[in-house]
Write a protein that binds this ligand. Structure first.
Ligand code: GLC
Ligand code: CA
Length: 560
């Protein structure tokens, strides 16, 4: 049987650190993180042990969606720096053995991109067909009933030409028309421009949405996703475009590519990441991110650990030797994992953050660490809707008000799930504004910065930071690396609602990863002999024959 391990790629054993530039580190006191600020912290990132940085967008942008609305794909936003800074970042990272992966946001551009300004100018402009323009229905209403992620309808009427344009996100993010060959060629050219600078690859923003069916049919599913998703996500067109992109661009470089793909099944995951299909290296699934909320009631719900096991194990097993996984707890769109899946109380924050890290870094696939996760940064408590910055938070709040929710319950929802929890500035030290800026930060820091910060973490050998460093080092080299990278996954005791345990096996070596998700002391027996402990979030552990006592949130890796 063909095995992925027979054709090793550098990104199989990579660990990625994601930076959201606006919130990472401000070098010039304007309150906004920037590229020189990232360069100042490269040693901190190198010491953590990762070999890839995924940089959220730094391109020129009016910042309606903090840079996911690009007005020039080949220039840098002045608030983040300039092209010389970007080249310096790539070079300085390279010196430290780190590759830079940039965000590729090409489902849509900004409405301030010259392409859209031209496209909008008249019905017969040569760039008219670069975006998706449709006539109104006979009664003047939108061409179909698709929703947008950030506004009620996905269509916006342009009074001047009398047509609607499609925007799956904000109305300042018009969707590009991938059916047009010139659009695709312009994008491929831009990708070559960046890859020639020595980039490590691309994270492809909502890439599974680029294929729009030619007849723009009405949505028929309203109790899942965003109305219309059954038509524009993961269809046959996406795969055609990605194979063309691979052939014309990606195949000329040795790069990591990761597609952001909401609404995907494991079968979709195989279509995207099977090396024989030549599309992308891996994708981000969102299945595990929906388990602690009632999606259509916008209400938090307690995590059922057996559901988390079912979902994560399905991806581990069904992509094994058929594709490649990415594994993550956090990114710039998700609330903080220690608050969602761990326990962010003073007593358990550190130990449960290490537990989550251990569970994830034991898995098959490329692990992603989001800025501040290695410090156990938490959700912030927002006391009023005006304190949120994110346009999505404001859209959801409005929607909840319109359907009759109370402001308190809407706030409760956002305090669990708002994207702003990920975007509060990184806590560097205990000084004012957590050392993120000498000015006024664009988004206020979390109140707990005096106890949760990088300065404390890097001077404490028992910190979450050093626990992550240990986990990353185990994967990136040494005698357990092959098993952590290529080992077959096997879930143990699937029905146990308190303890998550699985093994990874490769060429005669087996590792057991075990994690207690509760604040109780528990005893478990896996019928395996504990030969050696290689990771532990406590100073010690207790086992007798094949049974082990697990303290609150204890997580270990054993050779068995
Ligand atoms: C992706 C990004 C998100 C952005 C959206 C539109 O989901 O991760 O931050 O708002 O796409 O570009
Ligand atoms: Ca700045």
């Amino acid at each position: 049987m063909f095995a992925i391990a027979d054709d090793p790629k550098w990104w199989h054993s990579a660990v990625v650190y994601q930076i959201y530039p606006r919130s990472f580190n401000d070098s010039n006191g304007d309150g906004i993180g920037d590229i020189p600020g990232i360069i100042q912290k490269l040693d901190y990132i190198q010491t953590l042990g990762v070999n890839v940085i995924w940089l959220s967008p730094v391109y020129k942008s009016p910042m309606d969606d903090n840079g996911y609305d690009i007005s020039d794909y080949c220039d840098i936003a002045p608030e983040f720096g300039n092209m010389a800074d970007m080249d310096e970042l790539i070079a300085q990272a390279k010196v430290r053995g780190i590759k830079i992966v940039m965000d590729l946001v090409v489902n849509h551009s900004s409405d301030e991109h010259p392409w859209f300004i031209e496209s909008k100018s008249s019905l017969d402009n040569p760039k008219r067909d670069w975006y998706i323009w449709k006539d109104p229905k006979a009664d003047g209403s939108a061409p179909n009933n698709w929703d947008s992620f950030f506004t009620p309808s996905a269509w916006e009427l342009d009074e001047t030409t009398g047509q609607y344009y499609l925007h799956l996100f904000s109305k300042k993010q018009p969707d590009l028309n991938w059916a047009n060959t010139e659009v695709r060629q312009a994008i491929y050219e831009m990708m070559h421009f960046w890859l020639k600078k020595g980039l490590g690859g691309f994270r492809m923003d909502v890439i599974n949405m680029i294929g729009k069916p030619a007849d723009y049919p009405d949505a028929t599913i309203f109790d899942q996703g965003v109305a219309g998703w059954e038509h524009w996500s993961n269809n046959v067109l996406v795969h055609q475009y990605l194979r063309e992109m691979n052939q014309q661009v990606l195949s000329h470089y040795d790069v990591l590519t990761v597609g952001e793909t909401p609404f995907t099944t494991t079968l979709d995951g195989r279509f995207y990441s099977d090396p024989a299909r030549k599309e992308v290296s891996m994708i981000f699934t969102f299945e595990h991110m929906g388990l602690d909320r009632e999606e259509h009631n916008a209400r938090p719900k307690a995590l059922d650990l057996t559901e988390l096991k079912t979902v994560l194990s399905k991806w581990q097993d069904e992509l094994y030797n058929k594709g490649w996984n990415s594994v993550y707890w956090n990114n710039h769109d998700q609330a903080r994992c220690v608050s969602r899946f761990g326990n962010d109380s003073d007593a358990y924050r550190v130990i449960s953050a290490k537990m989550l890290g251990t569970l994830l870094h034991g898995m098959s696939g490329t692990p992603y660490v989001y800025q501040g996760e290695e410090l156990g940064m938490c959700n912030k408590v927002f006391s009023d809707i005006s304190q949120f910055d994110d346009l999505m938070a404001h859209f959801h709040y409005k929607k909840m008000m319109e359907r009759g929710d109370t402001p308190e319950s809407a706030l409760e929802y956002l305090n669990h799930f708002s994207r702003d929890h990920a975007r509060i500035p990184v806590q560097w030290d205990g000084s004012e504004h957590a050392g993120f800026t000498t000015g006024t930060p664009w988004l206020a820091v979390n109140d707990n910065f005096e106890t949760v910060n990088a300065q404390l973490a890097t001077s404490d050998e028992n910190s979450i930071y050093y626990h992550y460093q240990h986990l990353i080092n185990l994967r990136r080299g040494g005698e357990y690396s092959d098993t952590l990278v290529y080992g077959k996954h096997c879930l143990l005791q699937a029905d146990d609602p308190q303890v998550y345990a699985y093994t990874r096996s490769y060429k005669g070596q087996t590792l057991l990863i075990v994690a207690n998700f509760t604040d109780q002391q528990l005893s478990r027996d896996f019928g395996l002999e504990f030969k050696q402990n290689i990771s532990n979030n406590y100073a010690d552990y207790q086992c007798k024959a094949s049974s082990i006592e697990l303290k609150a949130y204890q997580a270990c890796i054993f050779v068995v």
